[in-house]
Ligand binder design. Structure first.
Ligand SMILES: Cc1cc2nc3c(=O)[nH]c(=O)nc-3n(C[C@H](O)[C@H](O)[C@H](O)COP(=O)(O)OP(=O)(O)OC[C@H]3O[C@@H](n4cnc5c(N)ncnc54)[C@H](O)[C@@H]3O)c2cc1C
Length: 380
């Protein structure tokens, strides 16, 4: 497999690096501190076409290959991890779900607006009582005439309060009264839908995470996504692609931690020399760089395989598992190199340390990734 970036991919990476340096980094600390959704940055990224990178030109997007999107998510995460997950959910979960499973009418209605950021999309799978175990979901959807009536609560929805539409999963009953999961496109302004709670999180403060309550929420029957009862496979299919996005977010966050650790080690003096002269510090830097490079290669490999059309569940889970665990090791070492100052909010490593913690949890915990990987290996 060839991991050399093409000219186009290099152009995109350089453009995003410049944008991150000039536009994202100067505002990152303030956005995180004030828990402010990065609306202005998203508008500027939309103007560059970034919100339409997974959407074909027929629907107003600039559809690139997956690796270009992942490089973009990596570079954005290097500047502001919160912003990276907002774009990842919008592109890899919301837009992809409609692109792959939507009707022509649904594609025409939602994708052109998603491509230019007129609507931001979210993905509402998790509930207060069920996360990993999607068969344990409890939100109900009942068909009445030409409407579905939804009742239940969706938890931990990234961009929940800022999105204008959700890919939302609920239980329907088939002809034999068996419970099956179905997927729906739900507009935020649907009657009976309300944002009831914003999570107070450990990190990723600029990414707003909401709980959504559906009380006799009425949506048109035409908003069913794919076939009734096929929701579980739609969710798992979308998560395969988006887990590569979380791997890319992990790589970018780790790279920033390494950048900061190297910078600090070259400036900080102890025992009459800068600390980069100590072998203990050098070894930590070597370990971090090796974690990052391994994670990046797994992320690139899964991206390339996705574009080749292959089944990628195992490869996406490997990339997500390794990159998210490596990010947590990397921020630990980078903070260690900062000594006591790493524990201060003055240095960005304190924020990265908190932001990294969620990477092994969302879009499938590390234990769930190991289940996916081992099931594939034992079946092969
Ligand atoms: C900041 C943030 C943003 C999020 N954004 C979204 C979003 O946009 N949309 C959305 O739908 N969800 C979102 N989530 C939810 C996230 O995907 C879930 O938290 C995650 O899937 C885990 O589910 P859970 O929290 O219910 O944990 P549980 O499933 O209750 O798991 C608890 C523990 O048990 C382990 N465990 C569970 N089952 C098994 C098993 N079979 N074998 C071994 N171990 C097991 C888990 O690994 C974990 O360690 C978000 C979460 C966070 C924190």
């Amino acid at each position: 497999m060839n991991f050399d970036l093409t000219e186009d991919q290099i152009l995109i990476r350089d453009m995003i690096q410049e944008f991150a340096q000039n536009e994202i980094k100067p505002h990152a600390k303030a956005l995180e501190k004030s828990h402010q959704f990065p609306e202005e940055l998203l508008k500027k990224l939309a103007d560059l076409g970034i919100l339409g990178m997974s959407i074909p030109s027929d629907y107003g997007g600039i559809k690139t290959d997956t690796l270009s999107l992942m490089i973009t998510l990596e570079e954005i995460s290097r500047a502001l991890p919160s912003l990276s997950v907002i774009i990842s959910v919008h592109s890899s979960l919301f837009s992809q779900a409609i692109l792959q499973f939507g009707t022509d009418q649904q594609k025409k209605k939602y994708l052109p607006k998603a491509a230019i950021g007129e609507i931001l999309g979210a993905f509402a799978l998790t509930e207060p009582g069920a996360g990993s175990d999607i068969q344990g979901l409890n939100t109900k959807a009942e068909k009445k005439g030409d409407m579905y009536i939804l009742n239940g609560t969706k938890a931990w929805v990234t961009t929940g309060s800022n999105a204008l539409a959700y890919i939302l999963f609920a239980v329907t009953q088939d002809h034999q009264n068996k419970n099956k999961l179905s997927a729906f496109i739900v507009d935020k302004d649907s009657p009976g839908l309300r944002i009831c709670h914003i999570e107070e999180k450990m990190g990723l403060n600029a990414s707003i995470t909401a709980e959504i309550v559906l009380e006799d929420c009425r949506i048109p029957a035409e908003n069913l996504l794919g076939q009734e009862g096929r929701g579980a496979s739609i969710a798992l299919h979308c998560l395969d692609g988006s887990r590569i996005g979380i791997a890319a977010q992990s790589v970018g966050l780790s790279q920033r931690a390494l950048d900061e650790a190297v910078k600090y080690a070259k400036q900080r003096k102890a025992f009459g020399k800068t600390i980069n002269n100590f072998q203990a510090i050098q070894f930590m830097i070597a370990d971090m760089a090796t974690f990052i490079e391994s994670a990046r290669l797994l992320t690139y490999r899964a991206s390339i395989l996705l574009d080749k059309g292959g089944p990628i569940s195992k490869e996406a889970s490997m990339a997500k598992l390794y990159a998210s665990e490596a990010a947590n090791k990397t921020v630990y070492l980078a903070l260690q190199i900062h000594g006591g100052y790493g524990y201060s909010k003055e240095f960005v490593i304190e924020q990265l340390y908190r932001d990294a913690r969620v990477l092994t949890l969302y879009e499938g915990t590390s234990e769930i990734q190991r289940l996916v990987i081992s099931r594939h290996l034992l079946r092969e």
